[in-house]
Design a protein around this ligand. Sequence first.
Ligand code: SAM
Ligand code: SF4
Length: 412
Amino acid sequence: MPLPERAIDGVIDELSGDHVAGWMMDPADPASRLAYEVVCTQSGRILGSGVADQYRHHLNYNRIGDAAHGFHTRLSAPPAAPGAITVRAAGARSGLPVADNPRASFEPLLHVAMDIVDNCNLRCPFCLYDYAGTHNTHFMTEQTLARALRLLPYVRDGQFWFSCLHEPTLHPRLTSFIDTVPREYRKKVFYTTNLAKRMPDSYYTWLAESGMYNINISIESRDPAIYERMRKGARHRIFQDNWDRLLDAFTRAAAPPRLRYIAMVYKSNAEELPGLATYLMEERGAWRVEFRYTFDMPHIPTEFRATEFLDAADWVRLRERLPSYPADRLLLLPPPAPRPGVDAPASPDDMAPCMPDYYTFRLSWDGTLRVSGISPRSRYGQTIEREMLVGNINEIADARLFIAGLSSNACR
Ligand SMILES: C[S@@+](CC[C@H](N)C(=O)[O-])C[C@H]1O[C@@H](n2cnc3c(N)ncnc32)[C@H](O)[C@@H]1O
Ligand code: SF4
């Protein structure tokens, strides 16, 4: 009688005509990395092989080992029939299960973080961006946008950003820019707004019908004084009026974008946040609520840091007081706790080839493009990104060839 096979955890979560990806781990030995082979279930041919050692952010999120158990293989030949593929640990008889809705297209861009302007109407003291030298606003042109939108097929749902560092509602053609996105790709698109610029009713009606995946709204407090201190330059009554009209338009729409609220966490608003979470969920249509620590930047005023940043005990207290919602609906993001030996800065040797077919793109208003790859040394919550190249989207003749070239030239 054959010995029972050892149990392997894992799943195939991407399966297209030319690639397969997923993760596998030996639950009895999570520190080991499993060798795997990709097999055509009809012909028995081996179509790929490797070691499941790639970092996956979602494995960290779900606390699976140290999160470095992913695999990704371009098939050496198409399978005998569509989907006739299995992936098994080397030497095993049975293959991994396939996820309920495996990604069926080749989407190697984890996100495209684009800004269509380079300025903001506000000057929040905690802002990531140092606006000290900014006195003018530049706007992305239609031509640059058209060139950027060629990346849409290669990015995942909800991961084509129309704003990253700046305020998208400053662009006078924001709505026509979104309208340029083909309907079938609208679910890939979102932007984050401070909702502090007065906008006409027609904007909210358009937004509700836009077909975008989600909209992020930034709000630290319902208290006008705290709100205006945090959102420097904003008027609470204008924000509130915008918010009411947005919700009114969303209530009337058949499939409005999901609403994600982001609040930065400070001493001034920490007491209010548990109640704010419930209010946003129950009365303001929240799909997700995120309470976020400040990515510390040298230009953030020292006094603001000293008076407003929470200490470790404050974060624990806040977590204990939050209402209970599923972890993917209410996210508390405290500063990452240092993990000796894990979070040590990567040495240049560690930054050897990035993982193939997992990239992040950053695009500025003028088309400047920064491409980063993910280091295979990433572990737990630390995703190490390595800048691979800087160019301009306007100079890329063929987006598909450009992306294919990334893996063949820079990452293998
Ligand atoms: C940079 S803003 C750009 C969009 C828009 N101006 C806004 O504030 O909503 C994007 C998001 O990053 C958040 N943010 C700003 N500064 C941050 C920092 N230092 N660390 C983490 N998040 C920050 C904002 O609150 C906002 O939710
Ligand atoms: S509204 Fe957004 S971009 Fe503007 S200053 Fe505040 S955080 Fe920065």
